[in-house]
Each structure stands twice: as C-alpha cells, then as structure tokens.
Design a protein around this ligand. Structure first.
Ligand code: CA
Length: 236
C-alpha cells in the first residue's frame, strides 16, 4: 500500500473565484475526483497560497474584485518561479475577445461558465497530461545525482542506486521542489496522496531509508531536517 503508483500522486489545484457558491462547487467536485484543493476569493489570497504552497494547476476566474484574473495570470507568467504553473481561466459567456487576449498571456485553456463537471474534468486532465509529459520526459540532474522518471532509475556519479518506489517518489518530489521546507503531513499529501492512511512517522522512516541509500554517494546531506518543522531538499 505504501508503494503507491507514481502516477497516483495527488495533484493540488488552486481555485481562484470570488463567487463562493461556484468556488465551493468546484472544490467539492475536484476533491471527489481525488484532487487536493485550495481556495482563494481574490488575487491577494491566491498569491499568498502560491508563494506558500505551489499548486500544480490554477483554476482562475477572469472577473475578480480588485486585480483581475488575467492580470494575475500575466504576473504569474512573468515570474520565473511561477511561470510553469498551468492555468485554466474561467470566463463568462460571450467574452470571446477576452479569450484571445488571455491566450496571448499564455493561459493554457478556457472554460466558459456555465460548464459541466465532465467538461471541467476533461480540460483539467488534458492540461495536466500535457504538463506531466513535459515534466516526466526530462531526466533530472543535480550535482551528479540523476533521476529518470521514466525508468524509476537513480544514478549517482554514473553508479546505479538501488531504490524502492516510495523512496524514488520522495526523492523525485524533493528534487523537483528544492529549497523549501515541507512538514510531514505535507509530504504525506504530496508523495503518498491525501486519501492514503499513513502515520506521520512513516515519513521519518522513509527519509531515513532514503538518506541511507544516498549516503555512500554523499547525497544524504541534500535532505535536511528542519527542526520541529519538517524536511527540505537543498544543495546549499
Ligand atoms: Ca467572478
């Protein structure tokens, strides 16, 4: 049960929508589908969430009080840290001109309100698939530590490291989210998935194993314990 499939990693979706009824409906629908949802009623809240806990995709309403959705999308695209977060815009009917404007901004797709759950999920999956394919094709390398998500193979300075699927997922998560501290419960959500019942100390067990696996190559130092908070992957 711990060795969950790599593809089953729960994706985190940030819903930015000022109308509470729509926001809650979206959250409920996506949660039922196994996504982890975060909700924001305006750009200010959304920005705080993005900085604190980078979402895998943003569902972004166009018409928001204060800063509009499209201006927020533009900001996200211009910042190297947030440039690669997929964005699906929610627009009202008849804003065709706006759609064109938005596509210029680099938004990934559009959903026109009102929309069906089926359409929402289909578009969401399509965008996610596009990104995850792009993400997974690339072999990740840091300081001679190489991860190949296609083969689950890890090599350290050209030597193959024997690694279990869970340790691989943990290492893959760390290496793709460097320099940030994650609590045990955040790691459980990201690596094991939210609907899996695992105790928090399980994280410690796997961190210990992962460090042991990496130790002969000196890479164990990349996984740092942050006292009373959690863990961080850092090359510094
Ligand atoms: Ca709105």
């Amino acid at each position: 049960m711990l060795e969950a499939n790599f593809n089953e990693m729960k994706s985190k979706i940030l819903i930015v929508e000022d109308e509470a009824a729509i926001r809650e409906m979206l959250g409920y629908t996506l949660m039922k589908e196994g996504y982890v949802c975060q909700e924001a009623a305006d750009v200010e809240q959304a920005r705080a969430i993005v900085l604190k806990d980078r979402p895998d995709l943003i569902l972004l309403d166009w018409m928001l009080p204060g800063v509009s959705g499209i201006d927020f999308a533009r900001r996200l695209r211009s910042d190297t840290d947030t440039r690669n977060i997929p964005i699906i815009m929610l627009t009202a009917k008849g804003e065709e001109d706006d759609k064109i404007r938005g596509l210029d901004t680099g938004v990934d797709d559009y959903i026109t309100k009102p929309f069906s759950t089926k359409e929402l999920l289909a578009r969401l999956r399509a965008v996610m698939r596009r990104y995850s394919n792009e993400g997974q094709l690339g072999i990740i390398e840091i300081d001679g530590l190489v991860l190949d998500p296609e083969t689950y193979r890890v090599t350290a300075r050209d030597k193959i490291i024997e690694i279990s699927p869970t340790e691989f997922k943990l290492l893959h998560f760390f290496i793709t989210h460097p320099e940030r501290v994650y609590s045990r419960s955040q790691l459980l959500d990201h690596v094991w998935g939210q609907n899996v019942y695992v105790e928090e100390r399980t994280v410690d067990v796997h961190i210990r194993r992962l460090r042991k696996t990496l130790e002969p190559f000196g890479f164990d130092r990349l996984i740092q314990t942050v006292r009373s908070v959690g863990y961080r992957f850092s090359t510094r």
